[in-house]
Design a protein around this ligand. Sequence first.
Ligand code: GAR
Length: 190
Amino acid sequence: MKKIVLFASGSGSNAERIIHHFKNDPNVAVSCVLTNNKQAKVLERCKRLKVPAIYFNREAFYGADTIINFLKAQDTDLIVLAGFLWKIPALLIAAFPNKIINIHPSLLPKYGGKGMYGNHVHQAVKDNGETETGITIHYVTKNYDEGGVIHQARTALEPTDGPLEIAEKVHQLEYEHFPIVIASLVKDHG
Ligand code: GAR
């Protein structure tokens, strides 16, 4: 059985889609969801979906091996950042080489880097009058949004689309592509 651990900081709508995707898969399971935000809506979703969810604080994430030890003990095959906003510590990256992936709500390298998350990205896309946007699924390295690209998908924008409409189009792309890309990665990982 391949095991996926999800990290999420907020709503967790991607996490929910991923959990659904693997619910009846005999070979792949989402073993748990980790969050750095006690108020995150993802916690309610996990309760409803009956998936274990664990909150951790800054100290556990940056100051000790707690999270690494936990992920190793779970035999984690793939770590998926689904709307997770903290930078991943170098030790965690080293402990799981090429096994940590992120989804970013733009066509990287455009609109990436520190401070570029969620609506900040969609507002910048709008302000620049882009005629298209999209998603990027990529490996995680020590710098935000710079790891190797695994998959991109794009969507056209109308001049009337505001940040909310852009977010909606991007979320639809995420729901469609992210679970399938995750499935292909866990299967490739032998
Ligand atoms: C998603 O659009 C994801 O791409 C973005 O946060 C949203 C989370 O939505 N991630 C980033 O901006 C990371 N830099 P969700 O909590 O409903 O899945």
